[in-house]
Design a protein around this ligand. Structure first.
Ligand SMILES: Nc1nc2c(ncn2[C@@H]2O[C@H](COP(=O)(O)OP(=O)(O)O)[C@@H](O)[C@H]2O)c(=O)[nH]1
Ligand SMILES: [Mg+2]
Length: 380
């Protein structure tokens, strides 16, 4: 369970609560270990001790933040396959801080060529001038090889820093980084900034945004969530990857951190309870949970498939029509499985490796289905 431990000097906020053996592991890969080179790649770069390995361990391996204090420094590129056969499929490469781009052994074509996103981690508590120089070198080098890379800057370790200080640090880093890029003649490069810490949910939120950009089906998923939300009297809905607790899509209303945290905590509660009382696996097709908060708000969780859960926030009054919501969730689930089927079919047809053209298929097929109409006709 999520818990604060008193009397601990470092705020001990246990974000993950999965049994240690609960992971992406035992799924029968229908695409039989499709060549991992084709999967989008996320690179974690930054100066040594900025927190790269910690981020990777906490988000994808359920390490508790305190344990990262004992992480050894990384001295070679560590490749980690995140492959749960859902939409969340990619490789994370964790780099040693001291990597030298001008070294002959650094194969930048290979490294940046197949890269989807480059996450550059900056320790916000440290003097970040050196980190900014490295950021500039890294980004310009990567851009020259592959101009489609998404550049994400994590202004990291912002736990224990006041909100004003966070904003000020972000503003300063943003300013300097974009000025540096302009000075080196690369003002067309877009950097995205995120304030992160492994001691709260901000790292999961930031990683969600990074991962979402690599999911070609995102517009379809968002569209389905919008339809669900507007027809069911739901305020906010997140589609979660259960194991990592990153959300792979949400409806179009703005995300506030508090709702996201509530939903994350709910997943923890459900996983904890089902690992105590459930028979096997963390969730099954019957998994559902309702939590009533004392401000007339309801949190409603439903399993979507083995890897995905839908978590909704809605007002108590609207929950009186639970059967309608349930019906709509069924339709939603059906639509998601169609997206899956299409994806698998296309992957097989193409001999794996999703191409951009697939997106169009997803959209036209899923939107044209009768699911949407049945939702509308029931509710209006
Ligand atoms: N306070 C704080 N410390 C962090 C955070 N992330 C990582 N650290 C600490 O930073 C140190 C270096 O982390 P590590 O992951 O080895 O850095 P790397 O060299 O970039 O891989 C470790 O002692 C971590 O516990 C964070 O969000 N907040
Ligand atoms: Mg490391």
């Amino acid at each position: 369970m999520t818990s604060y431990t008193d009397g601990d000097e470092q705020m001990s906020y246990n974000v993950g609560s999965f049994p240690k053996d609960f992971g992406y592991g035992n799924f029968e890969h229908e695409e039989s270990q499709s060549s991992s080179d084709q999967k989008p790649r996320i690179l974690l770069m930054g100066l040594r001790r900025s927190g790269k390995s910690s981020i990777q361990k906490v988000v994808f391996h359920k390490m508790s933040p305190n344990e990262t204090l004992f992480l050894e420094s990384t001295n070679k590129i560590v490749k980690d396959d995140i492959n749960n056969s859902s939409f969340v499929q990619f490789q994370i490469w964790d780099f040693p801080g001291q990597i030298d781009f001008f070294d002959a052994s650094f194969d930048s074509d290979m490294i940046f060529g197949g890269c989807g996103a480059l996450v550059f981690v900056i320790d916000a508590r440290d003097d970040y001038i050196e980190a900014l120089t490295k950021l500039n070198q890294t980004v310009t080098k990567a851009y020259k090889v592959n101009s489609r890379i998404k550049f994400e800057v994590f202004i990291h370790k912002v736990d224990g820093i006041s909100d004003e200080e966070k904003q000020e640090t972000q503003r300063d880093i943003h300013q300097r980084a974009t000025d540096d890029l302009a000075d080196s003649g690369f003002d067309q490069i877009l950097l995205n900034f995120h304030l992160t810490s492994i001691y709260d949910h901000s790292i999961f939120e930031a990683f969600s945004k990074v991962v979402q950009k690599l999911i070609p089906q995102l517009p379809t998923l968002e569209n389905l969530l919008n339809i669900l939300v507007s027809n069911s009297g739901i305020e906010k809905a997140f589609l979660f990857d259960i194991v990592s607790k990153i959300y792979i899509a949400t409806d179009c209303s703005p995300v506030d951190m508090q709702s996201y945290e509530l939903c994350c905590d709910m997943i923890d509660v459900v996983i904890d309870l089902s690992s105590i009382y459930g028979s096997d696996g963390a969730v099954d097709s019957q998994s559902a949970s309702v939590i009533k908060l004392n401000n007339s708000t309801i949190l409603y969780l439903r399993e979507v498939n083995k890897f995905l859960a839908l978590v909704c926030i809605l007002r108590e009054d609207n929950f009186s029509r639970q059967s309608v919501i349930d019906y709509n969730v069924l339709c939603f689930r059906e639509a998601i499985s169609q997206v899956f089927e299409l994806r698998t079919k296309n992957q097989k047809a193409n001999g794996d490796g999703s191409t951009d053209d697939e997106d169009d298929d997803f959209d036209s097929n899923i939107n044209g289905s009768s699911i949407v109409q049945s939702e509308n006709s029931i509710l209006t």
